[in-house]
Unconditional design. Structure first.
Length: 253
């Protein structure tokens, strides 16, 4: 099979399945993983796919951001383990920031009932879930509510973040790569994420391994801005070491 024919098959499969991975393509097409990686690089240079860790996704899906409800049904076991590991970074008292997203929301659902904390969040589902918690003070940021994430964004929310300084910020992300840092598809979410990092003494990033290697449109931080990355054991140890060399401690839950 000529390279061009093989690349056409890879592109067709990516469009059909939404994602392709190197090892499966290598086995199915009877070539080495290095050959597949070169094919994916060529396809990326022609704007057909975008490379992610272990494979690629169609370029025309790159800017799409799934609805919160859809994300809550994906990688549920991994997100549970990540959230449980994040509990170790809760302060005994004081204030925390919890961002929007399915993994930070999982952490919010696990907050202990015997600890007095102030929780600052742009996420309406998080605020509603914690409102009846007897020992918590829950503060929202106000602002425009994004339908995709149910997060409050834009100038009202940003203004409030500029006036607070929390003990720990728990964030999620759409993309994380050593070369590009932390990225997200929406510019308003990117602004808020950057401000949350600046508004906390410690930043803990919660991201399952499918986010590692992904790059989205708007960059909002470097890896060095993150203190701890909590992911799952689907992240290869060698990539975890590469991320740690860029700044954050990496925990594979």
């Amino acid at each position: 099979m000529y390279a061009r024919e093989r690349q056409q098959r890879i592109a067709a499969r990516a469009r059909s399945l939404g994602k392709v991975d190197v090892m499966t393509l290598s086995a199915d097409l009877g070539v080495t993983p290095e050959t597949i990686r070169r094919d994916l690089t060529a396809l990326e240079e022609h704007g057909v796919v975008r490379r992610v860790h272990g494979g690629a996704i169609p370029a025309d899906r790159w800017g799409l951001e799934p609805q919160l409800a859809a994300r809550e049904t994906v990688m549920t076991d991994e997100k549970e383990r990540i959230a449980l590991a994040a509990m170790e970074h809760l302060p005994p008292e004081g204030s925390i920031l919890i961002e929007s997203g399915s993994t930070p929301a999982k952490l919010a659902s696990l907050l202990p009932h015997d600890r007095a904390l102030t929780v600052i969040t742009p996420a309406l589902p998080v605020a509603l879930a914690l409102a009846a918690h007897p020992l918590l003070t829950v503060l929202t940021l106000g602002g425009r509510v994004r339908a995709t994430t149910l997060a409050e964004v834009d100038s009202w929310a940003a203004a409030r973040l500029r006036d607070v300084y929390a003990d720990v910020a728990f964030l999620g992300t759409n993309g994380l790569s050593v070369g590009r840092g932390l990225t997200t598809p929406d510019h308003a979410e990117a602004e808020l994420k950057a401000l949350m990092i600046r508004a906390a003494r410690k930043t803990v990033l919660l991201a399952d391994h499918t986010k590692i290697g992904a790059v989205c449109l708007h960059r909002y931080a470097d890896l060095a801005d993150v203190d701890v990355l909590i992911t799952d054991d689907g992240l290869a140890p060698e990539l975890a070491a590469e991320i740690e060399a860029a700044g954050p401690e990496v925990i594979r839950a």
